[in-house]
Design a protein. Structure first.
Length: 367
C-alpha cells in the first residue's frame, strides 16, 4: 500500500512582510544603513526579520512569502533569509510609505494566484503565543475567502497607551470579527482612558488580512491614480522586466499610508480581536518590557553587567562588553561602535528629534 504525504499548507495563503522602515526611535542601534528589523534586538540569536519569517513560514508556504523593502536592503534580506528568491523580493527604489509597496506586492500575488488571501505583517513586532497567532490569521483567511471584506487584527488594550492608534468597533456585533466604526490616531492619556472604559476599542497592530481581489477593488475605487500607475506594469510583474518598470515608475507614486489610502475610506472593514500577546517594539521602553529583568527591573542585551544602586535601566552593547552602572535609575544606555547614548527612559519619544540634533552637529554618518 502506498501512502501519499500531502503538505497541509494552503497554496492560496500568502504573506507580505514589511521590512523597509528605518526604526529611528531605536537609534543608535537602528540606523538608515542597518535598521532594527535586521538586528537581534531581543538577544535571542535571531533578527526580528528572521523571527517574523519563521513565524509565518510555520503555516504559509515559503514560496508564498514576499518581503517588501527598500532596494538598498536587498543584500541584507538575502543574507538573513537563506533561499529567498529574487521573485519574492518587492524592492522599492524610493520610500513612498505603505500604500504603494502593498499595492505593488498585491498585484504580483494576484498575477500568480487570483484566489490568494494574504497577511501584511510588519517585520519588527514581538508576538507570543504563536499557535494562537496562527489560528487567528487562518480564521481571518477563511472570512476573507467567504466575504468581500478587508480585515485587520486588533489587540485588546491592557492600559491606556498613548503610543498606539485605536480601532473602534460596533458593540452590537456578536460575531468573532467586528465591524469597524472608526480608526483613531494616537490619543492623549485622558482620551485613551475613555477608550478603555467604553470597552469597544482595540489597539491597531497594523496587521492586515485581505483577499487580493477585495483589496484591489478598494485601491481602484479610492486611489484610482495609484491603481492605474501600478496596473500599467501588470505584464512585467514576476518577469525579468519587472525591475525596469518599477525603477522607472515607482517614484511617481503618491507618498501615502495604506490606512489613509483604503482602510479609512472603505465601509467593509472588520477587525478581529486577537488572543495573543503583542508589542510593536517601537521604542526602547517597549523593548524593556519584553526583556528578562533582574530584581531591580534592569534589562540587558549582550552586555556583561555589574549593577549597584541601579534600577529600571536597559543596557545594550554590541558585544559582551563589561558595563558597570552605579546610582542610575530609569535610563537607556546603548553602546555601539560609534555612539554611546545615556538617555532618560521618560524622554524616549524624543530620540527622533535627538537624532536630528546629532546629524546637524556631527553629520549624517551616525544616522
Amino acid at each position: 500500500m502506498r501512502f501519499i504525504i500531502t503538505n497541509s499548507m494552503n497554496k492560496n495563503h500568502y504573506a507580505i512582510i514589511m521590512a523597509g522602515g528605518v526604526g529611528s526611535r531605536f537609534w543608535p542601534v537602528s540606523t538608515w544603513a542597518f535598521p532594527k528589523q535586521f538586528h537581534d534586538m531581543l538577544g535571542t540569536g535571531q533578527t526580528l526579520l528572521q523571527r517574523t519569517y519563521q513565524r509565518l513560514a510555520s503555516f504559509i508556504p515559503k514560496e508564498n512569502i514576499l518581503i517588501s523593502t527598500n532596494e538598498i536592503y536587498k543584500n541584507l534580506v538575502k543574507t538573513q533569509l537563506a533561499g529567498i528568491t529574487e521573485e519574492n523580493l518587492v524592492l522599492e527604489p524610493s520610500m513612498r510609505n505603505t500604500a504603494p509597496c502593498i499595492l505593488y506586492a498585491t498585484m504580483k500575488i494576484q498575477k500568480r494566484n487570483p484566489n490568494a488571501v494574504f497577511i501584511v505583517a510588519p517585520s519588527d513586532h514581538w508576538i507570543e503565543q504563536e499557535d494562537e497567532f496562527q489560528d487567528n490569521v487562518k480564521n481571518c483567511f477563511t472570512l476573507c475567502e467567504q466575504q468581500d471584506i478587508l480585515m485587520t487584527l486588533g489587540i485588546k488594550p491592557t492600559f491606556p497607551n498613548t503610543g498606539y492608534g485605536y480601532i473602534q468597533y460596533d458593540k452590537a456585533d456578536s460575531k468573532p470579527s467586528k465591524k469597524v466604526l472608526q480608526f483613531t490616531e494616537k490619543p492623549d492619556y485622558e482620551r485613551a482612558k475613555q477608550f478603555l472604559s467604553e470597552g469597544n476599542y482595540l489597539w491597531n497592530a497594523g496587521i492586515f488580512i485581505w483577499h487580493t481581489q477585495s483589496v484591489l477593488r478598494a485601491f481602484e475605487r479610492f486611489q484610482p491614480q495609484l491603481y492605474a500607475l501600478f496596473k500599467q506594469g501588470e505584464s512585467a510583474y514576476n518577469t525579468p522586466q519587472e525591475w525596469e518598470f518599477i525603477r522607472d515608475n515607482y517614484g511617481k507614486a503618491e507618498n501615502i499610508s495604506v490606512d489613509y489610502a483604503i482602510m479609512e475610506p472603505s465601509d467593509n472593514i472588520y477587525v478581529y480581536p486577537v488572543g495573543f500577546d503583542w508589542n510593536d517594539l517601537g521604542t526602547w521602553g517597549s523593548l524593556h518590557e519584553k526583556l528578562a529583568k533582574d530584581s531591580n527591573n534592569n534589562a540587558v542585551v549582550n552586555a556583561l553587567t555589574l549593577f549597584k544602586n541601579a534600577s529600571d535601566n536597559i543596557i545594550r552593547t554590541d558585544t559582551n562588553k563589561v558595563v558597570i552602572v552605579d546610582g542610575i535609575e530609569h535610563y537607556i544606555i546603548v553602546d555601539t561602535a560609534s555612539v554611546l547614548m545615556i538617555y532618560p527612559k521618560e524622554k524616549e519619544q524624543s530620540i527622533k528629534e535627538l537624532l536630528k540634533e546629532v546629524k546637524e552637529k556631527f553629520g549624517n554618518n551616525l544616522s
